[in-house]
Ligand binder design. Sequence first.
Ligand code: NAI
Length: 385
Amino acid sequence: MRKLLWGLIGGGRGSQIGPSHRLGATIDGKFSFVAGALDADPDEGRRFGIELGLTKSRAYGDWKEMLRYESKRTDKLDLVTIATPNSTHFEITKAFLESGFNVFCEKPMTMTIEEGEAILAISKKMRKICAVNYGYSGFSLVREMKSMVKSGIIGKVRLVKAEFAHGHHADATDAENPRVRWRYDPELAGVSAVMADCGIHALHMASFVCGAEVLEVSADFVSTIPSRELEDDAMVNFRMTKGIVGRLWSSAIAIGRQHGLTLQVFGENGGLSWGQEQPNQLNFMPLGGRLQIIERGDQNLSNTAKEASRVTIGHSEGMPLAFANLYVDIANELSNIKGREQGLELYPSAEDGLRSVAAIHAAQASSAEMGKWMPAVPFSLMPDI
Ligand code: NAI
């Protein structure tokens, strides 16, 4: 199989997510990192690109220059990752899809539902991949959870409880720090802060693991630090297809919580529970039985989970390798290799990106109306269309 050619936009020096993409994309030898526009500052972007091994001609100052030159090349990029701040995702994703590139976009895919609908339509029209980085769905034991739910071992799912809570924006005296402030500014962040930033992962994970879609939401968004326009804490009730009841808490002021993404799934015959901070263990409790701790790397896991696990049992494996699993799924599709396990859709698509954006907007609207239940299914994905 030829090595696929990969480009990155954003993810410059010191960025939060750039290193995880660079590690994730290249660790399995499926992609070569050959082009990038890595920084809002053109000179710094070029400099950093060259430091990372890009040739001078493919270390670009900005994404428009990158699009212009890369479109003319015969050795065209197979995949472009967009890891810039949220408000730029739509414009960049749209431009690259329309020029015939496959795209892997950071979440949230867009700021508005209309933009999300447009991206889904363009990716279908152009027949190009538009994946969205709900990267935590790449953890081996999250995939094991999905396989277990699908196998029926916990019976019909009754309830799913998702959380993504941290305490890193809890310091009221730091609220005006520019790196923190923009996240709570509707001009720059859109209609939601913590729910669009963190809760969105938990909501996607609930759908991914249960194989069900969010239908409606009832939410309570609160800015506990009064100068903030957007919420720093959110509680969301939701209903899913298959009759599943959902509960979600997302917070940025939960002092003592670091990166508290957790998922619990309760079925008629058992319960499952997993947390991102201890990703190597999955708790399984069969009804009337004893608690079992499933370890990443165990022999008897599903193929999906086995293939998503690289490091020997007992050794640590983390987020960059979870991202790597999404890159492998995309590479397999680009190379026309069958997915890892038939019947399981593994990497999140533009459809997932649109569903989440619609759910966030519905939650915000619900909160503005004192928790009134609001439909969360985007127009183009309504079942009768
Ligand atoms: P950051 O602020 O740490 O880094 C952003 C980088 O993009 C910087 O290097 C900046 O110079 C560069 N940049 C900004 N505008 C640009 C432009 N027009 N062209 C090229 N480069 C540009 O931001 P962070 O935290 O890395 O977030 C980036 C994106 O990744 C956001 O959409 C965020 O929601 C998402 N994210 C996703 C996570 C996940 O688990 N999937 C985790 C953290 C962030």
